[in-house]
Write a protein that binds this ligand. Structure first.
Ligand code: IVH
Length: 713
């Protein structure tokens, strides 16, 4: 994930400043407005599990109100949204009064704010005689983005589970919590160690992999998809029917104790001297404590922990939105005390948001190289996870309908672990009154020929092979790194040469020479010579790359490699019937049909003959299996899955390298997977699954070794 420099102006502060600008004319009116907004959005989030604004925008409202009350203390009210927590409980659950209030945390959004908190803590610590003036010990924990619950154990038995509610009164969710496997009904302590009362607090969450599976099931059943794991965890926990909760694989991380008395904790917890000791007791009692928790010396080390998880948050199979730093020493905690809303001894360092709301200005359609018409959203640019998002794919007609988005909607934009931004859905409350559902265009935006969607298919196509948009995409793909690898012929250049009438089909690339390029704007002698050299060397790229470059539907690097193992050259492949094609490993009837149809089309014959005449090699470098020229079959019959971005390989190159050594590279991890190769920003679900199945996980160096030797160790 890309993150800005450490001292970059934090986004949330920026938002608060944005809100604040223009609103100072009447601070009292603005404060009242902010309070109403905060109450409204807190109810949507905490009570209805249906937020209308992104978390960062909510945080910005609170920060603005705090600033405003700071500079105008006369405006502060006891029920101000800057001081209260959460929302009042829903009527359908029985209210539970917390023995010890469930406080919230103050947030910081930048290193500067974090260090300001740390300095204050250190100053106050120096004044507490029994603590002294050494480096303050701090417990650092991932801040889980789930739902806070309090579990009350009396004489070792779980007697009550409650949500946080407004911090004073929550909702009784005991029956639902009892279905969560990670939460024991009885504490696993020796009889003498069992406290009379132990209230364990923590976060109920849904693992990301379970969230994705749940949404797949929801979609298959024609039900509403959940916006994110937090909402689905909250929705799952607050079910009237515990059987529904039981069907959702919720989990739990304990991070705090509330009321405690007796047993190993001593009278009123007197034997517990530190937060780390309290967590250790909770862990011994059989509750899951997050294994990433670290106790560190001093604030610099605590900040290091924050930075680490900001960059690695997606390594985890649960969502975190920050890090919580807590003063370890309980005596010091007591000395530091709390405000009405949050303790002074803890702070939440919040990561830059990865979810924002913005305006969906238009839904447009782009035409790909196979003629596929893909709808995409043109958004009012918005900063998400450190970069600006202006466009996001909407995939196909059904996805637009499924997400329920319309032009003019305020939409939630998310950047998940990958770099690809996604429109999560619309905010219904902000839909303009005159909004109308979006309709897929009937004609191609490039060539105006009718668009076609076949029965049973999700995609819509422009079937006019002369379509200029398709032609540009086909040519750019032919020249791309995964295909013929002709550097210097990217989409822009290709568009220019198509417009100049120099490229009608992919074979025309081989007619480009220095003389032809000279009059084209932007080509100097050197760049023209480089391009000509790149075109020249692409003539010997070999069958697999050529097949990729021909844009045959369903033929990517993996299939092309397989075909090049089985067929000596393009002519042998073109002559094969569907049965022979279907006999190739990894080629089913759909692919066989597509390949056969491609070579049956007269217009493709003409292009193929032009390529032959231009001296492009049709021969397979791979023919003959492990014979001459091919690499050793170190992975014969084994499956290697790749996730994340590798430095030395594109995804296609990594897959091709696996296949070239006799292996397979499926898209998901199973018990049969020989190894999982992990690059930057890997898929959390894949790594979690590999861990669970005990499958070797390799970094890039390990991958290179695996290719060479077949060894995973
Ligand atoms: S400690 C008095 N620790 O964040 C301290 N909270 O924004 C109370 N949260 O209500 C909370 N991970 O729902 C704490 N490791 C962690 C946490 C955590 C997530 C949540 C919790 C809390 C909210 C405050």
């Amino acid at each position: 994930m890309t993150t800005g420099p450490a001292d970059e102006a934090p986004l949330v502060e920026g938002l608060a400043a944005e809100h604040a600008a223009g609103s100072h004319a009447d601070p009292a009116a603005r404060a009242a407005e902010l309070r109403a907004l905060i109450r409204y959005h807190a109810d949507r989030y905490h009570r209805d599990d249906a937020p209308e604004i992104a978390d960062a925008e909510y945080d910005a409202l609170v920060v603005e109100l705090q600033h405003l009350e700071g500079s105008h203390p006369e405006l502060a009210t006891p029920d101000s949204g800057s001081r209260t927590v959460g929302a009042a409980p829903l009527a359908q659950f029985v209210p539970v009064r917390h023995a010890v209030p469930m406080m919230s945390l103050d947030n910081v959004f930048s290193p500067k704010e974090f260090h300001a908190w740390g300095d204050r803590v250190e100053r106050l610590a120096a004044a507490v005689p029994e603590v002294g003036d050494g480096a303050v010990r701090v417990v650092c924990e991932p801040k889980i983005d789930g739902l806070a619950v309090s579990l009350r154990y009396e004489r070792g038995r779980l007697v009550q589970a409650a949500t946080r509610g407004d911090g004073t009164t929550g909702e009784d969710v005991t029956a639902n919590v009892a279905t969560i496997r990670a939460i024991p009904a009885r504490l696993a302590l020796d009889p003498g160690d069992v406290p009379e009362v132990l209230e364990v607090r923590g976060e109920v969450y849904l693992p990301v992999s379970a969230f994705e599976a749940l949404n797949r099931r929801q979609a298959a059943a024609g039900l509403r998809r959940f916006a994110n794991p937090r909402n689905s965890a909250a929705g799952s926990l607050r079910q009237k029917d515990p059987a529904v909760t039981a069907s959702r694989p919720l989990s739990f991380w304990a991070y705090q104790i509330g009321e405690v008395d007796g047993g190993a904790a001593g009278p009123r917890g007197a034997r517990l001297g530190s937060h780390a000791e309290a967590l250790e007791l909770v862990r011994r009692a059989g509750l899951p404590v997050n294994p990433e928790t670290r106790t560190v010396d001093g604030l610099a080390a605590a900040y290091e922990f924050c930075r680490h998880w900001q960059d690695h948050r997606h390594d985890l199979d649960y969502e975190i939105d920050g890090v919580v730093a807590k003063v370890n020493d309980l005596a010091l905690q007591r000395a530091l005390g709390a405000t009405s809303r949050a303790p002074r001894w803890a702070i939440a360092y919040k990561f830059p948001p990865e979810e924002r709301t913005t305006l969906l200005e238009e839904i447009l359609v782009s035409i790909g190289r196979t003629g596929r018409a893909t709808p995409y959203a043109k958004l009012t640019p918005v900063a998400v996870a450190g970069s600006t998002v202006e466009y996001a794919t909407l995939h196909n007609e059904d996805q637009v309908a499924g997400k329920g988005v319309r032009p003019g909607d305020t939409v939630i934009v998310r950047k998940a672990g990958d770099v690809i931004p996604e429109v999560v859905g619309a905010v219904p409350a902000r839909r303009p009154a005159d909004s109308v559902p979006w309709r897929f265009p009937e004609r191609c935006p490039s060539c105006a020929s009718p668009l076609v969607r076949l029965d049973g298919e999700a995609d819509t196509y422009c079937v006019n092979l002369e379509c200029a948009a398709q032609r540009v995409q086909r040519l750019a793909h032919f020249c791309s790194r995964t295909a013929m690898d002709i550097e210097g012929l990217g989409e822009q250049r290709v568009t220019q040469l198509v417009a100049a009438g120099m490229l009608a089909d992919v074979a025309d690339v081989y007619a480009l020479d220095a003389r032809a390029l000279a009059p084209i704007e932007g080509f100097g002698e050197l760049s023209a010579a480089n391009l000509v050299a790149a075109i020249e060397s692409s003539r010997s790229a070999g069958l697999a790359r050529l097949l990729v470059g021909l844009s045959i539907r369903h033929v990517g690097s993996t299939v092309a490699e397989q075909l090049s193992v089985h067929f000596a050259d393009l002519d042998a492949l073109a002559a094969a019937d569907e049965t022979r094609l279907g006999a190739v490993d990894g080629v089913g009837s759909v692919i066989a049909q597509s390949v056969h149809a491609f070579f049956g089309a007269t217009r493709n014959h003409a292009v193929i003959e032009k390529l032959r005449a231009a001296g492009v090699s049709f021969a397979s470098a791979r023919h003959g299996g492990s014979g001459e020229g091919g690499p050793a079959q170190t992975l014969a019959g084994r499956s290697v899955v790749v996730t994340g971005t590798l430095e030395g390989f594109t995804r296609e190159e990594a897959e091709a390298a696996i296949i070239a050594r006799g292996g397979k590279s499926p898209g998901s991890v199973s018990a049969k997977t020989a190894a999982l190769v992990v690059g930057a920003d890997p898929g959390a679900a894949k790594t979690a699954r590999a861990d669970a199945l005990g499958i070797p996980v390799l970094d890039e160096a390990g991958f290179v070794r695996l290719l060479e030797t077949g060894e995973t160790g």
